[in-house]
Write a protein that binds this ligand. Structure first.
Ligand SMILES: C[S@@+](CC[C@H](N)C(=O)[O-])C[C@H]1O[C@@H](n2cnc3c(N)ncnc32)[C@H](O)[C@@H]1O
Length: 254
């Protein structure tokens, strides 16, 4: 190594560390195991809790038939099937950390839409294996509760990176302004953190602003007692601030 090799650290963006965060680090391995184990029964959960928010998101996602669409954290593929249905002439890609979830979703799609260009894969979406500006639209439902704060920033920055300028990023969060629901959620989460994560809805809008996307629609709804918040965001065509957080190693060679 030459003496001219040195590490250049860009100034860290001011992030408010969250006090007493019950999920200071993403526990991906445990989350993968839990969701892998329940892939076959998970559609019920979507049916009872997520259906309404999915429908609102789909309507406002800006997706047009023929687009290149990405859904991250597809679970058992309920939203993914709707995306494929409206994008019959395009390509729809769905990713999930849990291989059983990805495989289950892929099988259903092959049965229902054998001709569709629809592909599911087991990928940890904190790093997206795609080139910059690849997608016309990205959808993400009920994932960020399972990620640490740093990983939420990272995942938002990745979504912004692979979304084309002007494209839409649609995000669904679990709302936290319903005291009884929030209390029950906290109880469940304390027992199975890897399944429930924790509530982060109130902090995410600011994180989105820092990622280089801007919120163009903010809608709250309930399905039974289950409260959701849908944020429709647009790529603001500016570099993601979160990326400035990474250290660069500059290797100057003679
Ligand atoms: C609460 S479920 C939501 C599933 C689906 N999006 C829905 O709306 O019903 C969360 C999903 O995120 C997946 N997941 C968690 N962490 C992930 C990660 N780092 N990368 C990709 N998927 C992840 C889990 O495997 C699980 O399927």
């Amino acid at each position: 190594m030459s003496d001219l090799n040195f590490s250049l650290s860009l100034p860290r963006k001011q992030r408010q560390p969250r006090e007493n965060d019950p999920l200071p680090h993403t526990i991906a391995e445990r989350t993968r195991r839990v969701y892998d184990a329940i892939a076959h029964v998970y559609p019920l959960s979507t049916y009872f809790f997520h259906r309404k928010a999915h429908a609102y998101t789909l309507k406002n996602s800006g997706i047009r038939n023929g687009d290149l669409v990405l859904e991250i954290a597809i679970g058992s593929g309920e939203m993914f099937r709707k995306l494929v249905e409206i994008n019959q002439d395009g390509t729809t890609i769905g990713l999930d950390l849990a291989p059983n979830m990805a495989a289950y979703s892929q099988r259903r799609i092959r049965r229902e839409w054998p001709e569709a260009a629809a592909h599911c894969g087991a990928v940890d979406v904190r790093n997206l294996p795609f080139a910059d500006a690849s997608f016309d639209a990205i959808v993400c439902c009920y994932l960020v509760e399972l990620l640490s704060h740093d990983d939420i920033y990272k995942t938002l920055a990745e979504a912004q990176r692979v979304l084309r300028p002007g494209g839409r990023f649609s995000l669904i969060l679990i709302r936290q302004d319903t005291p009884i629901f929030s209390f029950m959620y906290r109880m469940g989460a304390a027992m199975i953190r890897a399944f429930w994560g924790r509530l982060v809805e109130e902090e995410v809008p600011e994180m989105i602003g820092q990622s280089g996307m801007k919120i163009i629609d903010d809608h709250s709804l309930r399905q039974g007692y289950y409260p959701s918040r849908v944020l429709i965001c647009e790529h603001a065509a500016e570099p993601a601030m979160a990326q400035a957080d990474h250290s660069l190693t500059v290797a100057a060679r003679k």
